[in-house]
Design a protein around this ligand. Structure first.
Ligand SMILES: Cc1cc2nc3c(=O)[nH]c(=O)nc-3n(C[C@H](O)[C@H](O)[C@H](O)COP(=O)(O)OP(=O)(O)OC[C@H]3O[C@@H](n4cnc5c(N)ncnc54)[C@H](O)[C@@H]3O)c2cc1C
Length: 459
């Protein structure tokens, strides 16, 4: 139900004249298409949707909202629309998916990335100069949304959070001013934007550092689901032995018998290990040997162009309806692996498409003095459980299966969570240590005292 008061409704109609063809009100042609997020299981019904194409558009929207008691919800793709949907009745959904662009400075090894740009564009632009970015497992996730939540990449255990590789943010704050936050200007805001979850402005651009990597040793190992217990136990033991150069995930996967899927996935239960190893090939092969000794049916690990690492996880690259649950865990002893297998393994009867454990630690757990709000995470693994949710009934079953999986690992949980992997409304303070959360709240109270901005988890 949209609850916009008459003066605000008038202001929205006036804004429509400033943004012809790009502001949609409920009931108008175009509203339904514009409000639809990447995760199509989420029903977003904002007071208005604006499809922004420039910083000037963003400023116009923020000023109109602030002056008329409306809120602004920036959204690049809608990958994490779930926690936002219930907070939009008095908000303008500010879609940034058509406000994109990337430019690379190869000498400085930096990229400037605009508003709603997705990782694929950045990775391809960087690759032309022999450079790589700290992208995640999916090419169509938004760079800025991902980075505001920390950003967990396949290079994470060696290089840390993507957020800590940002040099500057350009953002429009609650009074409509465009600010640059970097180490010298607005340092507290710069700290907060690096993993603090957003909610303090609309980021219209970021400057990120790139890595001098043209090729990377990466890929996947895949076994039939009947090997799940053997492989999961072996992988968990193996993660205790590998250096920070190795960042991998283990997934138990269950694919429906859909004709559009490749044959090796269609209708099958599988166990998959994938990731990247930042060492010379001979060392990488030695590191992988204990897993290769388990005789995977498919082994794609090899030196590949760095841009190919965005697709090793086979994440969906089109709008998909999904429900999920997540927790961070401090340790993965054999009893935890057994609990994971009991809830999600081939005998469990689960409807989950994927039950994933990502190996954390290394640089993710360190806290250099120059780091942002996400640094120093004390967790050894991230667990993420996702089900495809084409109808509300199927979604309810998937949600219950994901919650059961979280429950099974709860004895090893840290009590913290990654906001990037939290796709439902949840207490945001659990994303941070106490000191960081207090700093984030103080900053938000100072920068956005009337709560103009609403973010996935903040506001
Ligand atoms: C298939 C898939 C794979 C994923 N893989 C990874 C991974 O490997 N590593 C990882 O860390 N995360 C991963 N994620 C999680 C992802 O990083 C989060 O969902 C992130 O919030 C998505 O950002 P987005 O901009 O694409 O989504 P959106 O839903 O558009 O944005 C999420 C939130 O970010 C904020 N935001 C986005 N853009 C802006 C902006 N320009 N200015 C201000 N605020 C903004 C808003 O608060 C918004 O509500 C994955 C998610 C999916 C669905």
């Amino acid at each position: 139900m949209n609850v916009v008061l008459p003066p605000a409704a008038e202001a929205l109609r006036a804004l429509k004249d400033v943004l012809p063809g790009r502001l949609f009100l409920p009931g108008e042609t175009g509203y339904d298409a514009a409000r639809s997020p990447w995760n199509t299981a989420v029903d977003q019904r904002p007071a208005a949707v604006v499809v922004a194409t420039s910083t000037a558009d963003v400023i116009a929207v923020v000023r109109t909202a602030a002056a008329n008691g409306l809120r602004v919800a920036p959204q690049s793709t809608g990958h994490n629309a779930g926690p936002l949907a219930a907070k939009l009745s008095d908000a303008i959904l500010l879609k940034l998916s058509e406000f994109t662009g990337v430019s690379v400075d190869p000498q400085a090894r930096r990229a400037h990335v605009v508003g709603g740009t997705t990782w694929d564009d950045v990775v391809n632009a960087a690759a032309q100069h022999g450079l790589a970015a700290l992208h995640g497992s999916s090419p169509d996730v938004g760079v800025i949304g991902y980075t505001l939540g920390g950003g967990l990449s396949w290079y994470a255990r060696r290089h840390g959070w993507a957020a800590d590789h940002v040099r500057a943010f350009d953002l429009v704050v609650a009074d409509g001013t465009l600010l640059r936050a970097d180490a010298e200007h607005h340092p507290e805001l710069f700290w907060a934007l690096r993993g603090g979850g957003g909610g303090v402005g609309v980021v219209v651009g970021i400057d990120i550092e790139l890595l001098p990597l043209t090729e990377v040793y990466g890929g996947m190992l895949l076994w039939d689901g009947v090997r799940a217990a053997e492989v999961a136990h072996a992988w968990s033991r193996w993660t205790n032995t590998v250096p920070d150069a190795v960042t991998t995930a283990l997934r138990l996967m269950s694919f429906p018998p859909l004709p559009e899927l490749p044959e090796f996935l269609r209708g099958r239960q599988l166990v998959v290990v994938d990731g990247a190893i930042l060492t010379p090939d001979s060392e990488a092969a030695q590191l992988l040997a204990p897993l290769r000794d388990l005789g995977p049916e498919l082994d794609t690990f090899a030196r590949v162009p760095a841009a190919a690492i965005t697709r090793i996880h086979l994440d969906p690259e089109h709008s998909t309806p999904g429900v999920s649950d997540h927790l961070l865990i401090e340790d993965l002893p054999p009893a935890a692996v057994d609990a994971f297998l009991g809830a999600c393994g081939p005998e469990s009867g689960t409807t989950l498409l994927s039950a994933e454990l990502r190996h954390l630690g290394g640089a993710l757990g360190r806290r250099p003095s120059s780091a942002g709000a996400m640094s120093g995470l004390d967790a050894a693994f991230s667990a993420f459980f996702v089900a495809v949710a084409p109808t509300p009934q199927v979604a309810a079953i998937g949600r219950a299966d994901a919650a059961r999986a979280v429950e099974s690992l709860a004895p090893w949980g840290t009590g913290r969570r990654l906001l990037n992997f939290t796709e439902y409304p949840a207490e945001p303070s659990a994303g941070f240590d106490q000191d960081a959360w207090r700093r984030l709240c103080d900053l938000r109270a100072h920068l956005d005292p009337t709560g103009v901005f609403v973010a996935a988890h903040i506001g």
